[in-house]
Design a protein around this ligand. Structure first.
Ligand code: 1HN
Length: 334
């Protein structure tokens, strides 16, 4: 069975934040191109990966700072942790960044960032498939000739076009292999979670779990990486399961813990933790009154495209049962 080198690990935001602020004192975006504190899995130190072949790091942009544009074969996403006033430009589209927004930088898109605010740093989590693309020897890296992009589309254009509930532009035919929607703002995301929580029991393994999708296909946001948001009701404690595929979580709201491979990891807002492939995992909301919400990104689209995906539910009699068998037995859908 799979024996991942990566181990479960949690990075506490209160420990990371001072390091990220220190990075901003030590180097400028001009010197660094990208000033990111990378989270390295202690089980696999010879790759810049946080789990499996996924990369994650924390990037800071101070008021008045900007980083030049580039593009690469790697796909990236960002989940905003704190701050107001920063933006990113992706293929000519400028997007404003607010706490808990998800923003995509798909494979091959030009991207640069900056902070036009006055109130303090903007800090976000970057997620990239760069270790995978490097191991496949498929990467390239190209600097944008003119430094930074001059936006060629209205601010947040992709959200105006593709962010409507079950409405898509009738005339446009999107053919690129990633989502045409580049920004998934927090408010409608949280509203969708709460609406579903009122109507659905959710999954016994994941609570109220929703996937960020490409609105044209209903499939994952990018070819190699998917992203999800999940709500655990007050007091909810999910059952354990395991699957092929690595997951990187960031607590977006609330507090709780996850048991990963038999070890308990307590999390609160902005903490980042990972579940390596095939590890048993379950999640619990520690509050009896408040929701807990977990953002996550994963390599499930890669695993599924290569027909490697499998999933099992943990059962207390010591045996393992494929999830399908539990569904047939009436235990509930995943
Ligand atoms: C990158 O291009 C960004 O554009 C962030 O913000 C992190 C880590 C490794 C390689 C490229 C960005 C990165 C990165």
């Amino acid at each position: 069975e799979p024996t991942p080198r990566s181990v479960p690990v949690i990075w506490k935001y209160r420990e990371m934040r001072p390091l990220v602020l220190r990075a901003a004192e030590l180097v400028s975006p001009e010197e660094a191109a990208r000033r990111v504190v990378a989270l390295i899995n202690p089980g696999n130190r010879d790759t810049s990966a946080c789990v499996g072949n996924l990369y994650t790091g924390i990037q800071i942009m101070l008021p008045g700072e900007a980083a030049t544009a580039h593009r690469h074969a790697s796909s990236a996403l960002r989940f905003i942790m704190e701050g107001e006033g920063a933006y990113t430009v992706v293929d000519g589209e400028k997007m404003t960044l607010h706490a808990r927004d998800l923003v995509l930088t798909p494979n091959g898109t030009w991207h640069d960032h900056g902070n036009e605010g006055t109130s303090g740093p903007t800090i976000w989590q970057d997620g990239l498939d760069i270790p995978l693309v490097n191991v496949l020897e498929a990467n390239y890296f190209e600097l944008y000739a003119d430094g930074r992009q001059t936006p060629s589309r209205p601010v947040d254009a992709s959200y105006a076009e593709y962010g409507g509930t079950a409405l898509l532009p009738a005339t446009e035919r999107w053919t690129k292999p990633y989502s045409p929607l580049l920004k998934y703002p927090w408010e409608p995301t949280y509203e969708a979670l709460q609406r579903l929580a009122q109507r659905s029991a959710g999954s016994p393994y994941d609570g109220i779990l929703m996937e960020y999708v490409n609105p044209r296909t209903g499939g994952p946001i990018m070819a190699t990486m998917g992203a999800s948001i999940q709500l655990l009701r007050p007091g909810e404690h999910t059952r354990a399961h395991r699957h092929i595929g690595n997951i990187v979580y960031q607590c977006a709201k609330g507090r709780g813990y996850s048991i990963i491979g038999g070890q308990r990891f307590d999390w609160e807002e902005k903490d980042i933790f990972v579940v390596p492939t095939w590890y048993w995992h379950e999640h619990a909301n520690l509050s009896d009154t408040e929701d807990a919400v977990l953002f996550s990104f994963n390599d499930l689209p890669t695993m599924k495209a290569l027909a490697l995906y499998r999933e099992e539910a943990y059962v207390d009699n010591g045996g393992y049962q494929p999830v399908e068998a539990r569904e047939l037995a009436g235990v509930g859908a995943v």
